[in-house]
Design a protein around this ligand. Sequence first.
Ligand code: GRF
Length: 202
Amino acid sequence: RRLVVLVSGSGTNLQALLDEIAATGAGAYGAEIVAVGADREGIEGLARAERAGLPTFVCRVRDCPTREEWDAALAEAVAAHDPDLVVSAGFMKIVGKEFLARFGGRFVNTHPALLPSFPGAHGVRDALAYGAKVTGCTVHFVDDGVDTGPIIAQGVVEIRDEDDESALHERIKEVERRLLVEVVGLLARNGYRIEGRKVVIQ
Ligand code: GRF
């Protein structure tokens, strides 16, 4: 299976996938990363891809006259690598109709909270501010909402009294990286189908 991974920041989830594939071999893992895309230049996620010798691309919203044209450009850039599965690993943009028309059903995202709780760009901060006792991470298929697609897997992380956002997010990411590596491998090796809100891995 061919993976394209989309990033917007440090890329530690991407790195976890790269390390796993290097350790187990693309054949055994069931997938190889063929390209990494981002919505901005100069991020560690792109540097990680370049260090791994992977093709990269950047689609910046500001380079496109309209949001729809950005969405179409992103879809084109991803399609150029002929992916079987697209993985959003900390990609901080909401894709639109064109992208979903082409990759919906084979586009997964990882979110650092237990959806449907605390969707959106500040899930870690929101769980902490709410006074939740546990939070975690969710790997789900992307649909036309924000963090609302069918859930594939979740991992639970306790919130500690002394936590601040970055300490909690680091602890979440330890679970999240393992969950993402496991889920992507399962989807790649076994195939799957989505029935309403249920994900059935064959
Ligand atoms: C991850 O926790 C992801 O869920 C969130 O942003 C973080 C990205 O981390 N959207 P990294 O770029 O993979 O290190």
